[in-house]
Design a protein around this ligand. Structure first.
Ligand SMILES: NC(=O)c1ccc[n+]([C@@H]2O[C@H](COP(=O)([O-])OP(=O)(O)OC[C@H]3O[C@@H](n4cnc5c(N)ncnc54)[C@H](OP(=O)(O)O)[C@@H]3O)[C@@H](O)[C@H]2O)c1
Length: 232
C-alpha cells in the first residue's frame, strides 16, 4: 500500500485529506501538535478503513519530530506522498504590516517554509525510491495576491511556492505540486479573520482536487483547487 505523511492532520484540510486517502487504502503518518484531536482523527480513520495509521504528536519545526515522522513512514514501507499542510498565520488575528510582530513573521516562515523544506529533505531518499513519489505543499492565494493584513503569512506562502517550484526542477523524477485550496471554513480562517463569519466551503469539498492530482499526475507546478475541480 502507498504511504503518505500528512502534517496538520488533526482537523481541517489535513484531516479531510487523511480520510480520503485512507478510503483509497493509503497507509498514513499523521502529525499535529495537540495529541487528543490527532489521536481522534487517527482512530476515526483506522476504524472506518482499517489502514495502518501512525499518529505522532509534535511540532513540524522540531527536527527530531520530523525525523520521527519519516522513520514511522519507513516502517510502513516508505514515503510515496508528503503533504506539507500544517501552517502558521504569524499573528492571530491577522494585522497590517505596520503592526506585524517580527517574531510572528519569523514563526510563519519557520513553520510554513523552513519546516516544510526540512521534512522534504528528510523524506527525499524515500520519495525518490517510490515509483510515484510526490510532494504537495499547501499554499494560499495570499501568496500571489496582495490582501491587506495577509502580508506576513502571504510572504511565507510565496516563499513556499518558490521552494516548491525549484524542487520540482531539481527532482524531475518526483511530482512537486503547490496547491492553493481556496477559502475553507476552518479554525485557521476563523483565527485569521474572527469578524468574518460568512459561509465558507468545507475542507472535504476541496479534497477531490487533491485526489485529481494523484490520479492524473500532471507536471510539477502550482495548481488552484477550484480549477482542478472544474476539469473533466
Ligand atoms: N482555511 C483556509 O481558508 C485556507 C485558505 C488557503 C490556504 N489554507 C491552507 O490550508 C492548510 C490547512 O489549513 P486549515 O485551514 O485546514 O487549518 P486548520 O483547520 O486550523 O488545521 C491546521 C492543522 O495544522 C496543525 N498544526 C498547526 N501548526 C502546526 C505545527 N507547527 N506543527 C504541527 N502541526 C501543526 C493543527 O493542529 P495543532 O494546532 O494541534 O498543531 C491542525 O491539525 C494550511 O496550509 C493553510 O495555510 C487554508
Amino acid at each position: 500500500m502507498p504511504v503518505a505523511i500528512i502534517t496538520g492532520a488533526s482537523k481541517g484540510l489535513g484531516r479531510a485529506l487523511a480520510e480520503a486517502l485512507a478510503e483509497r487504502g493509503w497507509d498514513l503518518v499523521l502529525d499535529a501538535r495537540t495529541p487528543q484531536p490527532l489521536q481522534e482523527a487517527a482512530e476515526a480513520v483506522l476504524s472506518k478503513y482499517g489502514v495502518q495509521v501512525r499518529a505522532l504528536p509534535g511540532d513540524v519545526t522540531d527536527g527530531t519530530h520530523r525525523a520521527r515522522l519519516v522513520a514511522a513512514a519507513r516502517e510502513l514501507g516508505g514515503v510515496d506522498l508528503l503533504v506539507n499542510n500544517a501552517s502558521a498565520l504569524g499573528t492571530e488575528p491577522l494585522v497590517r504590516l505596520e503592526a506585524l510582530p517580527l517574531d510572528g513573521l519569523r514563526r510563519a516562515l519557520e513553520v510554513n517554509v523552513v519546516a516544510a523544506l526540512g521534512l522534504v529533505q528528510e523524506a527525499l531518499p524515500l520519495l525518490r525510491q517510490s515509483p510515484a513519489g510526490a510532494v504537495i505543499d499547501v499554499s494560499s492565494d495570499a501568496a500571489a495576491e496582495a490582501y491587506e493584513t495577509w502580508g506576513g503569512y502571504g510572504a511565507s506562502k510565496a516563499a513556499l511556492d518558490q521552494l516548491s517550484a525549484v524542487l520540482g526542477e531539481e527532482e524531475p523524477g518526483l511530482r512537486v505540486w503547490v496547491v492553493d485550496p481556496g477559502d475553507m471554513g476552518t479554525d485557521l480562517y476563523a483565527a485569521a479573520v474572527p469578524d468574518d463569519d460568512g459561509p465558507r466551503p468545507d475542507p472535504a469539498s476541496v479534497v477531490p482536487a487533491f485526489l485529481r492530482l494523484l490520479d492524473r499526475r500532471p507536471a510539477s507546478g502550482r495548481y488552484g483547487a477550484p480549477a482542478l475541480l472544474e476539469q473533466r
